[in-house]
Ligand binder design. Structure first.
Ligand SMILES: [Zn+2]
Length: 245
């Protein structure tokens, strides 16, 4: 499994980074996990053929995690001339949230007649579904109730396991989500300040032994983290970082 950090930024463009987006590829696997508003530009630069992407998984309905969907859709219709199905997977309500987003961005386009099937698939906390050659399990994170249910994903394919926290403060749900994973991608917005909506490195550090992931990479870092990367004892993501599991 190949994991590319297409975008590794926070909501505020800290460090000039693109919004959150990770591209997972491998045998019978070509999926995008989160697609923030600015991430589509980076995706366009890093993925040669967007029509090969079968699925976009969304962790939650914040613009820096799913705001790039209108651009992906318009590109598929008018530039990439997509003909193969595209599946959008996300928390309950994904179709309505996508429609609201598209209506606000490009009025009328949500109802366009497309030359490709657009499939919506809800995934609820605790549920497991199959996508391409991958088995995807979702667990509920603690982030922003106004955005609805926020999810973290555990994705297993080709005997490798990738886990992504999405946005969350610490929750014990992260332990079964990421336990023993080959790669645990954890959001880590600040170093030690406790936040109700985001992870701090000090808390995560104390919990990582329980998780026992084989590799941990921190992403979605704010200015406090980016200004002190030399003090961080774990790998940190940057736009374009590519990992082969
Ligand atoms: Zn968020």
């Amino acid at each position: 499994m190949r994991v590319e950090f297409v975008g590794s930024g926070d909501a505020f463009g800290s460090g000039g980074r693109y919004h959150t987006c990770q591209h997972l590829s491998g045998d019978d696997l070509d999926v995008v996990v989160d697609l923030g508003a600015t991430a589509f530009h980076a995706l366009k630069r890093t993925v040669a053929d967007l029509n090969r992407v079968t699925t976009v998984l969304v962790t939650h309905f914040h613009g820096d995690h799913f705001g790039g969907l209108p651009y992906f859709d318009l590109d598929a219709q008018f530039v990439s001339h997509r003909r193969t199905p595209l599946t959008l997977v996300g928390p309950p309500g994904i179709e309505r949230r996508w429609r609201d987003l598209l209506d606000a961005s490009y009025p009328g386009f949500a109802s366009s007649s497309r030359a490709f099937p657009l499939i919506f698939r809800e995934i609820s906390p605790g549920e497991t579904i199959e996508i391409d050659a991958a088995v995807v399990t979702a667990r509920e994170m603690q982030h922003d109730p106004k955005a609805g249910i926020c999810l973290g994903y555990r994705i297993a394919a080709a005997n490798r396991t990738y886990v992504y926290s999405g946005d969350t403060t610490w929750t014990d749900e992260l332990i079964p989500l990421a336990e023993g994973a080959d790669l645990f991608v954890a959001e880590c917005y600040v170093r030690s300040r406790k936040m109700a909506v985001h992870m701090d490195y000090a808390t995560l550090l104390g919990k990582l032994p329980e998780i026992a992931a084989k590799r941990v990479i921190l992403t979605h870092m704010g200015p406090d983290m980016l200004d002190h990367l030399e003090d961080i004892g774990h790998e940190t993501a940057h736009d374009g970082l590519t990992i082969v599991l």
